[in-house]
Write a protein that binds this ligand. Structure first.
Ligand SMILES: Cc1cc2nc3c(=O)[nH]c(=O)nc-3n(C[C@H](O)[C@H](O)[C@H](O)COP(=O)(O)O)c2cc1C
Length: 360
C-alpha cells in the first residue's frame, strides 16, 4: 500500500496535527505501507486562479509550476491519502485549502451523476482509492468538526472514507513539554495506523479506546475553559500602559526606496539561500533608532521598516560603524570586541552574515 500524508498546519513539526499524523504514519509503516509525507507549510503553492486552463487548454495540467506538480503526481500514485490538519474556523487552514483547490486538474470538467447528485469524473490514471482524516482543534467538543468531516466526505465522494481521528482540546498537544502526557493516545493512534495498513480500517475496539482517551466530560470541559482562560491571560502583558507598539510596514522594502530603506532592500537582494538552506530567521537592526528588519524564510529574504516582535538577533549599532562593517572597511568581530556595537539574541547568526548575504 502506498500512502501519502499531507500535513496542513502552519506550525510545521511543532503542531498537534503533525504529531498525530506522524504516529499514524508510523503504524502504517509497521504494517508494511510505503509512506510519503507532504509538509504544506514548507512548500510553494500558489492559489488557484480559477482560469480552468487545467480543464481546457492543457487538460490535467495547471498553469502554475510550483510544488503542486509533484504533489499531484504523488497524490495520484498513492492508494491512501491521509490528511492531517488543524481545524481553522470549522475548516482547514488556507495552506490545506490551496492544496484542495489545486487538486482540480485531477478531475474532468464533465458533469456526471453519482449517487443521485452531480459530480465530476476523475481524470485517470489514478491509484487513489481511499482517504483518512486526522484533525485537531482547540475546542473540546467533537461537534466542532462536523463541517470539516462533511467537507472531506463531499470533496472525495468518489473515494472510500476509511475513517477519522478527531481530537478536541488539543492545543497542548503541540507543546514539546506535554508530549509525554499524550503517550497513551499516540500509541493508540499508531495502532490505528497499523490496522488501516493491515486491514484497511480501524477496529471498533481501537476506535473506542481513542474515543475514550480523547473524550471530555462536562466537568473537564468546564475545567478546560478555566485553564485555557488562565493560560491565554498569562501570555498577555499585565499592564498595557508600558507597551510600546512600534508600527511595522506591511510591504517589503524596494531597492528603489529612499535612503536606508533602499540599503536594507539591497541587503535582502544579496541573500543567498544556497549557503544555509531552510534558514528561518529575523534579523533586526537598530541603527541609532532607525529600525529595520530582514525576514528570512522559505529560501527568501525580504526587508521591512520597523520593529519585529520576536527577532532572532538584534544588531544595535551606530550607522557609520555598521556601514563600515558592511563594506569591509572595519572588521565586524573586532568592532564587536571593541564594544563599538551590541548584539542581542542568536550571536551565531552574526558570524554567518557573510555567507548569508553572498549573492552578487
Ligand atoms: C486561525 C485559527 C482558527 C482556528 N479555528 C478554530 C475553530 O474553529 N475551532 C477550534 O476548536 N479551534 C480553532 N483553532 C485552534 C486550533 O485548531 C488549535 O490551536 C489546534 O490545536 C492547532 O493545531 P496544530 O498544532 O496542528 O496547528 C483555530 C486556530 C487558529 C490559529
Amino acid at each position: 500500500m502506498k500512502v501519502i500524508i499531507i500535513y496542513g498546519s502552519p506550525r510545521h513539526t511543532k503542531s498537534a496535527s503533525y504529531h498525530v499524523g506522524y504516529k499514524f504514519g508510523e503504524g502504517l509503516k509497521r504494517a508494511g505501507a510505503e509512506v510519503e509525507e507532504i509538509m504544506l507549510c514548507k512548500q510553494k503553492i500558489n492559489h488557484c486562479q480559477g482560469c480552468f486552463t487545467c480543464w481546457t487548454k492543457t487538460p490535467g495540467v495547471c498553469i502554475h509550476k510550483d510544488d503542486m506538480v509533484e504533489n499531484l503526481a504523488k497524490f495520484r500514485e498513492a492508494n491512501l491519502a491521509v490528511f492531517a490538519t488543524p481545524l481553522y474556523i470549522y475548516h482547514v487552514p488556507g495552506l490545506m485549502k490551496d492544496f484542495l483547490d489545486r487538486s482540480l486538474p485531477l478531475v474532468e470538467p464533465y458533469l456526471i451523476e453519482r449517487n443521485g447528485i452531480t459530480s465530476h469524473p476523475r481524470r485517470e490514471p489514478s491509484n487513489l482509492q481511499k482517504i483518512f482524516l486526522i484533525s485537531v482543534a482547540g475546542f473540546p467538543e467533537l461537534s466542532h468538526f462536523d463541517a470539516l468531516v462533511l467537507a472531506f466526505k463531499k470533496t472525495f465522494k468518489s473515494l472510500e472514507y476509511v475513517g477519522e481521528i478527531l481530537i478536541g482540546g488539543a492545543e497542548m498537544m503541540s507543546k514539546d513539554d506535554y508530549q509525554n502526557s499524550y503517550k497513551k493516545l499516540y500509541d493508540l493512534v499508531e495502532q490505528a495506523g497499523f490496522e488501516v495498513g493491515k486491514n484497511g480500517f480501524v477496529s471498533m475496539e481501537t476506535q473506542k479506546m481513542i474515543a475514550d482517551e480523547t473524550h471530555f466530560t462536562d466537568k473537564q470541559i468546564q475545567n478546560l475553559r478555566e485553564v485555557a482562560t488562565k493560560y491565554w491571560d498569562a501570555l498577555r502583558p499585565k499592564d498595557y500602559s508600558n507597551i510600546k507598539i512600534e508600527s511595522t510596514e506591511e510591504l517589503p522594502l524596494k531597492i528603489t526606496d529612499d535612503g536606508m530603506a533602499s540599503y536594507f532592500a539591497g541587503m535582502a537582494a544579496q541573500y543567498n539561500s544556497k549557503t544555509i538552506p531552510e534558514l528561518s530567521s529575523v534579523i533586526q537592526f537598530n541603527l541609532e533608532g532607525n529600525l529595520y528588519y530582514l525576514i528570512i524564510n522559505d529560501n527568501e529574504c525580504n526587508a521591512y521598516k520597523g520593529a519585529h516582535p520576536s527577532p532572532t538577533i538584534t544588531i544595535i549599532a551606530p550607522t557609520d560603524i555598521w556601514m563600515k562593517m558592511s563594506t569591509g572597511e572595519i572588521d565586524g568581530a573586532k568592532a564587536f570586541m571593541d564594544g563599538l556595537y551590541k548584539i542581542e539574541g542568536d550571536m551565531s547568526l552574526l558570524l554567518k552574515m557573510d555567507q548569508i548575504f553572498s549573492q552578487k
